[in-house]
Design a protein around this ligand. Structure first.
Ligand SMILES: [Zn+2]
Length: 297
């Protein structure tokens, strides 16, 4: 056992936590679920992830959530709804995407979240990628420019498993996406290990994970990786399938997660699990990742 050094005494190098359900109360339900997981980081939805509704928060729950996360040094993140697609050829979808993401960004600030994760979307309707990226610039860049408060969250781009005409699945796809957004200072990356594996980056082997992280840093630069979705994969590398598995039980296996927490680009970056198995499965995955954090291969 050889502990991985942390930059701050008492603060883990990589806080490990999970996506938690919040129906019934951000604080009363969400945070108590997080405590049951012994989570050191937390991710929530602030709207139905499969809808366009933009619900107002409950100010008392918001404040209790924000205060508890601050008190316990638990970094919080918001995952924006899945329907958002700034590359869509349907005007209504793009307009709803703007309203939905603006809502998630505002709610994130209200609950003290550090970042909002949004999927990078796809070029639908058979349109070229360049056209879709121009549209990403037209509609997404203004939302980034609205992030002027001291406590505004970062916008974290999450690449996909590479299904259909996805705009961003391989590490280098972040290049044109960042370029389209002028590499805005409020822009970051959320790397999902299952997605990037499914997209074709083999994370296994002695250096698979480090090579992939090197490629990412080579594309977006240092300091942009701000969150990791730590998920194993039910499918083989390059399968382009987004099916999460419990840590160590899929085709990625435990070793790449251990390696993940030794790469310089992940220093201080929280891990969030989005795995199956309900609360018991989630607690086991959080515990497994914490163990891997403290051992070197
Ligand atoms: Zn994810």
């Amino acid at each position: 056992m050889s502990p991985v050094q942390s930059s701050l005494p008492g603060v883990p190098r990589n806080p490990v936590g999970g996506h938690v359900p919040v129906a019934g109360g951000l604080h009363s339900v969400g945070l108590s679920y997080a405590r049951d997981l012994k989570a050191e980081a937390v991710q929530v939805f602030v709207a139905n992830p499969r809808g366009w509704a933009t619900p107002a928060g409950n100010p008392r729950q918001d404040e209790a959530f924000r205060a508890a996360c601050a008190e316990e040094s638990v970094p919080a993140y918001v995952h924006a709804p899945y329907l958002i697609n700034f590359g869509s050829h349907t005007e209504a979808t793009v307009e709803r995407s703007v309203e939905s993401l603006r809502h998630s960004l505002r709610r994130a600030r209200e609950i003290g979240a550090l970042g909002v994760v949004v999927h990078t979307g796809s070029a639908t309707g058979g349109r070229p990628r360049e056209t879709a990226l121009r549209q990403v610039r037209e509609y997404l860049l203004p939302l980034l420019d609205e992030l002027t408060h001291d406590d505004d969250p970062f916008l974290l781009l999450e690449s996909t498993a590479g299904q259909g005409s996805s705009l961003c699945s391989r590490t280098w796809d972040f290049g044109p996406y960042f370029e389209a957004l002028d590499a805005h200072p409020m822009l970051g990356v959320c790397l999902d290990t299952c997605h990037v594996f499914a997209a074709g980056h083999d994370l296994t082997g002695p250096s698979g994970m480090h090579q992939t992280l090197d490629l990412l840093v080579g594309t977006v630069g240092a300091g942009r990786l701000k969150l990791i979705h730590a998920n194993d994969s039910k499918d083989v590398v390059g399968a382009h399938k987004d099916r999460h598995e419990n840590i160590g039980a899929g085709h990625i296996g435990e070793d790449p997660f251990r390696a993940l927490m030794t790469h310089p680009a992940t220093e201080g970056v929280p891990l969030i699990i989005e795995t199956p198995g309900g609360k018991q499965g989630h607690a086991a995955d959080v515990e497994r990742l914490k163990k891997l954090r403290w051992t070197t291969p």
